[in-house]
Design a protein around this ligand. Sequence first.
Ligand SMILES: Nc1ncnc2c1ncn2[C@@H]1O[C@H](COP(=O)(O)OP(=O)(O)OP(=O)(O)O)[C@@H](O)[C@H]1O
Length: 277
Amino acid sequence: MSTVMEKQINLKLVRNPNERYEPEVPKEVVYDTKGLNLWYGETHALKNINMDIKEKEVTAIIGPSGCGKSTYLKTLNRMVELVPIVKTSGQITYKGKNILDKSFRVEDLRTQVGMVFQKANPFPKSIYENIAYGPKIHGIKNKKVLDEIVENSLRGAFIWDELKDRLGDNAYGLSGGQQQRLCIARCLAVEPNVILMDEPTSALDPKSTLRIEELVQELKKDYAIVIVTHNMQQAARISDKTAFFLNGEIIEYDKTDHIFNNPTDQRTGDYISGRFG
Ligand SMILES: Nc1ncnc2c1ncn2[C@@H]1O[C@H](COP(=O)(O)OP(=O)(O)OP(=O)(O)O)[C@@H](O)[C@H]1O
C-alpha cells in the first residue's frame, strides 16, 4: 500500500520529464463563471461556482460521483436546460455575454462550443456525412469545400490516414477509439472555440486513451478544452488547470501541478490520493 506522498509523487512523475516549462503568455478568458447556482428541483447541484476558463488551455474537472462535474459542463453549453426542472442563478460570461440570460441565443453558443461525450455517438451515416453534416446545416453546399472540411477535420483529429480510403463506410463500423476521434473531428468541422469533453476516454482501451490524450494536447494550441475525468493520472498528464468539485462546490481550482503536488485543501489531497471518491 503506497503512502499518500508516494502516490502524489507518482502522479508528478507521469508528466513528460523532457517537458520544458515555457514562460507564461497572457491568455484570453473564454468563460467567466460568477456565483453560479443550479438546482434540479430541490437538489442544489451547483453551489456558488466561480471559475474562469481560458483559451489554449486544458481545464480538468475532477471530483467524486454526483459532485456536479457533468452538470457544470452541460451548463457551459446550456444543454442542462433540456432538463425542465433546472433553475439557475448567477452568471456565465462567454466572450463578454451572459449565456444564462434569456435573451442570449443558444444557437450561437452551440456553433462555437463542441461537445464530446463519454460514449462516442456518431450518426448512423457514412464517415464523410458525419463530418459534413454540421457544415451543411450551416449552409455550406459546395462539394469541394465540404471535401476540404472533411479532410481537414479528420486530419485535425489524427484520423485521416486511417479513414481516408473508407469515407463512404458507415461510422458504426469503426472501433470505439476511432468513433471517439471521429466525433472530435465532427466537432472541429464547425470550427468551435471551445471543446467540452465529458469523460471522453472512460470507455476506451489504454492505447485509444493515449491517442485521445495526445490529440487533446494538440488541440489546445487552438481551442479551450474543458475535460471531466475520473482518471487522476489523465488530469495530471494533460491539463493545465484542475478544479476539484465536491458536493456541488469547488473546493480548489488552480494550476494542475499545484493541485496534484501541493494542494491547499486537505480534501483535495485526500481525493487525488484515492482516500475517498
Ligand atoms: N436530470 C437530473 N435530474 C435530477 N437530478 C439530477 C439530474 N442530473 C444530475 N442530477 C443530480 O445532480 C447532482 C450532480 O450530478 P452530476 O451528473 O453533475 O454529477 P457528476 O459529478 O458528473 O457525477 P458522475 O461522476 O457520476 O458522472 C447529483 O446529485 C445528481 O443526482
